[in-house]
Write a protein that binds this ligand. Structure first.
Ligand code: ADP
Ligand code: MG
Length: 470
């Protein structure tokens, strides 16, 4: 269907009007930060944690790497785009790493948990054969398991809820380390002990802290979004572990859940609401749905469809692909925003060729689409900044490094700069900060947590319960 062009105003004005709800004032982001702080405090308090939206899970990781970590470690990375087994060799300043990706079938993702953990153990065994690690003695393992977990110690954690397309029976409320150890024991051919269970945010923080000792915040901006930070023990009402030195613990905020009690409804757009209603988890993870890679492309797609229906883009034409949910990828936004007038919108043209709209694409359309993408990206980056500034203001140290991992942050051309600018604006003026890309937190970070666990254990710090016979 071809739609009538908006006749009264120039097209750009009409598009600015469609996008005005994405162009939020500083005061709105300040308000988001204040609400977030309140929600985080509810998660930390023993009295309100049960009903809190942001769960603020204590991770039992209480020390940062100091650069002295050494040894061979295995790591597992489950809960991102790929499942991987890794071997990490820490040698002081240098780190060697080998890894292999193992596919996880749809059948395993929604089948029985026993099958999933048997598969994981068989991948570990295969990897150890490949790397001549069988018979080489006992190997400690760090398990990056990026799903919300309530931990009782560094290597005991119950899955609260599956997310990201996993739904294995018999795992929710179970200790996933125990399930892994049982699967390893069923095989009987590998001498491996999981000494640490961690979230990818924690791996991200630890991996960056290894190089930069001011790192106290880890943020993921990938498929989803989440953050962790180092908190003082006396501010963690839910803490029931040991209170000796160091009197701190990394908190996995699970901030993606922010908003599910309606507290962000004042800024959510009609498109945000439609995306949520069509999602697998309506009403949940509302902050995440405005920020992360899984949703940003879909926000833009729905805005484009709306503009087409008002005759504002592509001479009023849509295409089957543009009309298909989830078919406008977040990586397209990065491509489109990289374009300039000088290179004649080369990348944007490729995107719309892929979507079957090249015939109707004018240079004005390219400029307008780029404007739409830039406002959706800007809002995502600024919302993430409101979260980061809230954590920085709470920690209140003069110079903190924020470690960030995830393809959205890594590949978007302006996300870093947008976050720097807005975080600076929202931060107490006397504080300073850096935002740095963290390299391979799920692997190197897992090994570092395992190494630090080993150090705790040898120093008799609690929080790590040795299991099995190892
Ligand atoms: P995960 O979060 O699953 O561990 P990644 O960090 O690789 O994995 O993030 C994947 C997400 O990043 C996807 O949702 C995708 O939309 C987004 N993404 C991938 N490439 C790009 C890109 N070039 N620009 C922006 N976002 C991207
Ligand atoms: Mg990841």
């Amino acid at each position: 269907m071809v739609h009538q062009k908006c006749v009264r105003k120039p097209t750009r004005k009409c598009i600015e009007n469609v996008m005005k709800d994405y162009d939020l004032e500083k005061g709105t982001y300040e308000r988001v930060g204040r609400i977030l702080l309140d929600e985080m405090e509810q998660g930390l308090s023993r009295d309100t944690n049960a009903s809190a939206v942001i769960k603020m899970f204590p991770t039992y990781v209480r020390a940062l790497p100091d650069g002295s970590e050494r040894g061979n470690f295995l790591a597992l990375d489950l809960g991102g785009t790929n499942f991987r087994v890794l071997l990490i060799t820490l040698k002081g300043a240098s780190v060697e790493m080998e890894n292999k990706i193992y596919p996880i079938s749809q059948e395993l993702m929604i089948g029985h948990g026993t099958k999933l953990f048997d598969h994981i153990a068989s991948c570990i065994s295969d990897f150890m054969t490949d790397h001549n690690l069988k018979g080489a003695g006992h190997l400690p393992l760090g398990f990056t398991f990026s799903f919300p977990c309530a931990q009782d110690s560094l290597n005991v954690g119950r899955l609260v809820q599956w997310t990201k397309g996993f739904a294995c029976e018999g795992v929710q409320n179970q200790d996933v380390v125990k399930l892994l150890h049982e699967a390893i024991a069923r095989r009987g051919d590998i001498d491996v002990e999981c000494v640490a269970l961690l979230n990818d945010t924690v791996g991200c923080l630890m991996s960056c802290a290894f190089l930069d000792h001011n790192t106290e915040i880890g943020v993921i901006l990938g498929t989803g979004t989440n953050a962790c930070y180092m908190e003082k023990l006396d501010r963690v009402g839910t803490w029931d572990g040991d209170r000796g030195e160091p009197q701190q613990v990394i908190i996995n905020t699970e901030w993606g859940a922010f908003g599910s009690n309606g507290c962000l409804d004042f800024l959510r757009t009609d498109v945000d609401k439609a995306i949520d209603e069509a999602s697998l988890n309506p009403g949940k993870q509302l902050y995440e749905k405005m920020i992360s890679g899984m949703y940003m492309g879909e926000i833009v797609r729905r805005v484009l469809v709306k503009c087409v229906s008002q005759g504002l883009l592509f001479e009023g034409h849509s295409s089957d692909l543009l009309d298909t949910p989830a078919r406008f990828y977040t990586k397209y936004i990065s491509e489109i925003e990289k374009d300039t007038d000088e290179d004649e919108f080369r990348r944007t043209k490729i995107v719309f060729e892929e979507l079957g709209l090249e015939e109707h694409l004018t240079d004005d359309d390219c400029r307008n689409v780029q404007y739409i993408c830039s406002l959706v990206s800007q809002r995502a980056a600024y919302l993430a900044s409101a979260g980061i500034a809230t954590l920085l203001n709470r920690i209140e140290k003069p110079n903190i490094t924020v470690a960030v991992d995830g393809s959205l942050y890594r590949y978007h051309p302006y996300f870093h700069q947008l976050m720097m600018d807005k975080t600076r604006q929202l931060l107490k003026p006397e504080l300073n900060f850096h935002i740095r890309l963290s390299e391979d937190g799920s692997g190197r970070g897992a090994a570092l947590v395992a190494a630090v666990a080993h150090r705790y254990h040898s120093q008799g710090i609690h929080g790590y319960k040795p299991t099995t016979n190892g």
